[in-house]
Design a protein around this ligand. Structure first.
Ligand SMILES: NC(=O)c1ccc[n+]([C@@H]2O[C@H](COP(=O)([O-])OP(=O)(O)OC[C@H]3O[C@@H](n4cnc5c(N)ncnc54)[C@H](O)[C@@H]3O)[C@@H](O)[C@H]2O)c1
Length: 383
């Protein structure tokens, strides 16, 4: 059951910092607004209002956060009436109750790993994106984040809306369009980050693209233009993003950059084709960037993730077969989850990884270390 997390002034309580303090145990917050009522008996009755949040198994993070926001708004709207609401348990298990001032005054907030840390996340398309899985972890640890989305073509702000629906409820510091092929877009993002944050502590680059015709065919058939575009978006963009941040002197003394790669950049994975070549370049960039930015305190790493069903992944040939292959071949006889990539991503961006740079960290249940199929390959019920 719940512990009480501490004291927050009313104006700083919002869905974002409530969400941030969610964890496997229940956390409570004091909203220090005073509820007052004049009555004949008591001239003035004042109570502190305390909202507490149970998050024991927390499957619907956003829903919880939304519900808490509504409750907070409710508290503000009705803050001038005496009211009492004993705890109730909806699916999100959130309750409000009124308690006397002194009960909650002394308690401290639990600090997240990213408390006071600020950074940028590039590459959320929807809630299946790997960038979103990492963002969820960063946010739970208290990070302040500015986001970008792929600019919308035409009048309908489809991408903006889709990404906004995810990031606004968790307190996005900003959300801007950014096509990594456009230097002016990158410059605008860094300018905004400088104005909002001063310095940044992390950048997550989770971006790739290749024209479908060039991606699904053999590499020798890739068009010159398809190759150029795939390389520009999937590999060069990491240099461009880091360059744009560096030119604005944005990196803090203890900062971290993370990108996403795949094993097809190291060895031949049939179907990964042109993207494998892009990932080889990307992984090489990680080492050069780490060497160049390291002296000023910036670490650069990549996660080489196992297959995760995302929009981009659907474009890779034989993707479903790849999923099956991992189940039969990986030492752990299963595939990874997006959450596992999220946790490792958060770790690499955090100070816990302060001694790790220029690394390609495999989050693939060990798949990349197998030199030949295991003895039971093809026998498991799932494979
Ligand atoms: N899904 C997997 O199985 C898997 C495995 C290993 C590595 N990765 C890598 O993870 C990263 C994220 O991919 P994902 O699987 O989450 O898919 P995703 O489609 O959710 O994310 C790809 C992102 O790239 C963005 N993007 C494409 N072109 C862009 C441009 N010109 N400017 C700005 N943004 C652009 C898209 O808007 C999208 O947000 C990619 O680098 C991908 O290669 C994915």
């Amino acid at each position: 059951m719940g512990i009480y997390g501490g004291v927050l002034p009313l104006e700083t309580v919002n869905e974002a910092n409530c969400y941030r303090h969610r964890g496997p145990i229940s956390i409570g917050f004091k909203i220090s607004g005073v509820l007052r009522r004049r009555s004949r008996k008591f001239r003035l009755l004042s109570l502190n209002l305390q909202a507490w949040l149970c998050a024991a198994d927390r499957p619907g993070a956003c829903r919880e956060s939304l519900l808490l926001r509504r409750l907070t708004t409710f508290a503000q709207l009705f803050g001038h009436q005496t009211w009492w609401m004993s705890s109730f348990r909806a699916s999100a298990r959130i309750g409000l109750r009124a308690v006397p001032h002194h009960v909650t005054e002394e308690r401290d907030l639990k600090m997240g790993l990213f408390e006071g840390k600020k950074g940028l996340v590039l590459g959320i398309a929807n809630d299946r994106s790997i960038a979103w899985a990492i963002t969820e972890q960063l946010h739970q640890q208290g990070a302040e984040i500015g986001f970008t989305h792929l600019p919308d073509a035409g009048d309908r702000p489809k991408n903006e809306r889709k990404v906004g629906k995810l990031v606004n409820p968790i307190g996005a510091k900003f959300l801007m369009p950014c096509n990594v092929c456009e230097d002016s877009d990158l410059e605008a993002v860094m300018e905004k980050a400088a104005a909002e944050f001063g310095k940044i502590d992390f950048i997550l680059h989770s971006i790739a693209f290749a024209p479908p015709a060039d991606l699904t065919g053999p590499t020798w058939a890739a068009s010159r233009e398809g190759f150029r575009l795939a390389m520009e978006i999937s590999a060069y963009s990491l240099l461009a993003v880091c360059g744009a941040a560096k030119k604005k002197d944005l990196f803090s003394e203890n900062s971290s950059v993370l990108t996403l790669s795949y094993f097809g950049g190291e060895e031949v994975i049939p179907g990964y084709n042109l993207m494998g070549i892009c990932k080889a370049a990307l992984e090489c960039e990680v080492r050069y960037l780490a060497s160049e930015l390291g002296p000023e305190g910036t670490r650069v790493n990549a996660i080489s993730a196992g297959p995760v069903k995302t929009v981009s992944a659907q474009g890779v040939g034989d993707f479903d077969q790849m999923l099956e292959l991992y189940k039969g071949m990986a030492p752990m006889r299963r595939n990874i989850t997006a959450e596992e990539v999220g946790k490792t991503g958060m770790f690499l961006l955090s100070d816990l990884a302060s001694g790790i740079s220029a690394e390609i960290v495999h989050v693939d249940c060990g798949f990349s270390k197998m030199g030949a199929p295991p003895a039971d390959f093809g026998q498991s019920k799932d494979a």
